[in-house]
Ligand binder design. Structure first.
Ligand code: HEC
Ligand code: HEC
Length: 218
């Protein structure tokens, strides 16, 4: 009897602490996003051809990890600096905004509507239609390079891995990613095996991989 009691006590204790650690509040996430929207767009769609990256649909674990890196200034970026500090974005709020952004679904095509839909509803749907501009480059070569060097982690066709800290590469602005790759090459931003992957990468190889990713559906 006592053993069962002790077991139950610890069981409840662990469930309670586990729940406290992942306290996700999507309403709070939505409120926080009003600040982020100034740059990243109302639906996390990003903007200015990738000056502001897309956040919608990225894995929550990846968004959280990046926000912590900005906060600790391990990933240095001036525009993000005022928004990722402890006062503006306390640690316990990070999972909520990450979960909120992660569940936003953007579509690549305007769906077909039946007549009952109002013009306003149509407008709301249209705002979530999002496409990456196609990039010139040798797509076939880009696909080969992608499969050889990137697919293992970033997944088939650049779709990334759900619930992981590895981001998708399709559906992200190519100009933004090219900028990131230059930072990886100079070790200004951390990436696994960056020396082997990026230090010697030629601009036309980067262009080819990005051209392939820009025509690949996520
Ligand atoms: C003043 C503009 C600005 C605001 C406001 C802003 N950001 Fe950013 N954010 C940026 C820029 C610019 C980058 C790209 C940094 C780079 O080029 O490395 C970025 C990058 C990011 C990334 C990395 C994306 C990736 O794919 O690696 C995340 C995550 C992010 N922001 C989340 C947020 C959240 C959450 C908020 C609100 C709390 C926010 N940002 C507010 C400008 C902003
Ligand atoms: C060993 C696994 C692995 C391999 C191989 C790999 N990546 Fe990554 N990549 C990652 C992880 C993990 C991250 C997130 C890094 C971080 O935590 O900041 C990332 C981040 C990125 C980003 C930043 C995306 C963003 O939203 O900011 C780009 C761009 C990228 N990788 C391109 C590539 C390309 C191109 C290749 C192939 C040449 C490649 N990666 C190979 C694991 C990998």
């Amino acid at each position: 009897m006592f053993k069962t009691f002790v077991f139950l006590f610890f069981f409840i204790f662990f469930v309670a602490t586990a729940a406290a650690e992942v306290d996700i509040d999507l309403t709070l996430g939505e409120e926080i996003n009003e600040v982020c929207a100034g740059c990243h767009g109302e639906y996390g769609e990003g903007g200015k051809n990738g000056e502001y990256p897309r956040l919608a649909g990225l894995p929550a674990a990846y968004i959280s990890a990046q926000l912590k890196l900005f906060k600790d200034e391990k990933r240095k970026n001036m525009p993000m600096r005022p928004y990722a500090n402890e006062r503006e974005l306390p640690d316990e709020d990070i999972p909520s905004v990450a979960a909120y952004l992660s569940q936003i679904k953007l579509t690549s095509q305007m769906p077909e509507f039946d007549e009952s839909i109002t013009a306003y509803e149509k407008l709301l749907v249209a705002k979530k239609v999002f496409n990456i501009p196609k990039l010139e480059g040798d797509i076939e070569w880009g696909e080969e390079l992608y499969i050889d060097d990137c697919q293992l982690c970033h997944g088939k066709k650049g779709a990334g891995k759900e619930d992981s800290d590895t981001p998708p590469l399709t559906g992200q602005y190519t100009q933004y990613m090219i900028k990131q790759i230059k930072q990886f090459a100079k070790e200004e931003r951390w990436h696994e095996y960056s020396e082997a992957l990026f230090a010697e990468m030629e601009p036309d190889e980067i262009q080819a991989i990005m051209a392939y990713l820009s025509i690949t559906d996520d």
